[in-house]
Ligand binder design. Structure first.
Ligand SMILES: [Zn+2]
Length: 145
């Protein structure tokens, strides 16, 4: 089992804080960060502008491809079904998240389908591990929700 790079999760937390949202995401390969994004639903007037979707779009656009095999997604909160599906379409290998959907649900409405359940029904198997810097992620969830 590979281990999460807490420095990269810290970057996801920092980008979330900077944008005053609980949601930040980073795409990395090994210890190299390729793209970052924060939730921008309010700024862009776009209900789909979640951090994970934006970071996937950004990196695919940068690399001019739709296949992000070999990349790891770090996200402060467990991906919602929309973002988890996007990660699968992009063939991301590994996802590390901080807080899980049940915890987020206590602060704001969520679609109650876990990322692992989407993963189970998909054509591409993503390795998923939660609880990465969970306390820090919960702090910003508390602060900005
Ligand atoms: Zn989402």
């Amino acid at each position: 089992m590979i281990t999460p790079d807490t420095r990269i999760m810290n970057t996801a937390i920092e980008i979330a804080e900077k944008n005053q949202t609980p949601f930040g995401a980073v795409l990395a390969m090994g210890d190299e960060i390729f793209a970052t994004a924060a939730n921008q639903t309010r700024e862009l007037h776009d209900p789909t502008a979640h951090a994970e979707l934006l970071v996937i779009r950004k990196l695919c656009s940068q690399l001019k491809k739709t296949d992000l095999s070999g990349f790891t997604l770090y996200t402060t909160c467990e991906p919602c079904p929309m973002c988890m599906s996007a990660a699968i379409w992009a063939k991301i290998d590994v996802i590390y998240y901080g807080c899980d959907i049940p915890s987020i649900s206590e602060k704001m409405p969520q679609i109650d389908i876990r990322s692992r359940d989407i993963n189970k029904k998909s054509f591409h198997n993503v390795t998923i591990q939660g609880g990465v810097l969970e306390k820090r992620c919960m702090e910003i969830l508390q602060l900005f929700s």
